[in-house]
Write a protein that binds this ligand. Structure first.
Ligand code: HEC
Length: 142
């Protein structure tokens, strides 16, 4: 009689343990899935942000400008953004300014080394990217 009780006791205890273990596994799997989907989302966002239309191709000059320059210079080059107003960013639509600054080497130098509030991009961008950006900004000239 007492042996029988003992066995059923052990059975109950191990069943309880099994249940606990199952719960634990579910919780761990849940955490793993959440973390995984979070990092996947992050990766997807990073991907969308840095990669231009053709996956794997380097970002186009337009994408580079939007990514690195437009917060100050504005997508339209006018410098009419909140950052642009704070830093007094160059208005690339001003033909009067272009009359005095049409030397491409000067633009390349400013982007590479920075100028007053304009940050230097010499370490962040390649020479080719900088020179294509220097010609890109001339499209805003009116
Ligand atoms: C933090 C704001 C900021 C960012 C980001 C920025 N610029 Fe500027 N940029 C300025 C300011 C301010 C000036 C005006 C500098 C001055 O007073 O002469 C300027 C001036 C310039 C000029 C004119 C330089 C000259 O010859 O006088 C060029 C060209 C230029 N920026 C290109 C770029 C490009 C290309 C990028 C992106 C790679 C960029 N800027 C990112 C703030 C910024």
């Amino acid at each position: 009689m007492s042996r029988c009780f003992c066995r059923s006791f052990i059975l109950t205890v191990s069943l309880l343990k099994m249940k606990l273990l199952l719960k634990l596994i579910l919780v761990v799997v849940g955490i793993l899935l959440t973390v995984n989907s979070l990092t996947l989302n992050q990766a997807a966002r990073d991907h969308a942000f840095t990669v231009s239309p053709a996956a794997g191709a380097p970002p186009s000059t337009e994408a580079l400008f939007k990514q690195k320059c437009s917060k100050c210079h504005g997508a339209d080059g006018s410098g009419d953004t909140s950052m642009g107003r704070i830093f007094n960013a160059q208005d690339f639509t001003d033909s009067g300014w272009w009359a005095k600054h049409s030397n491409p080497a000067e633009l390349v130098r400013a982007i590479t080394r920075g100028k007053k509030n304009m940050p230097a991009f010499g370490k962040k961008l390649t020479k080719a990217q900088i020179s294509s950006l220097a010609s890109y900004v001339q499209r805003f000239k009116q």
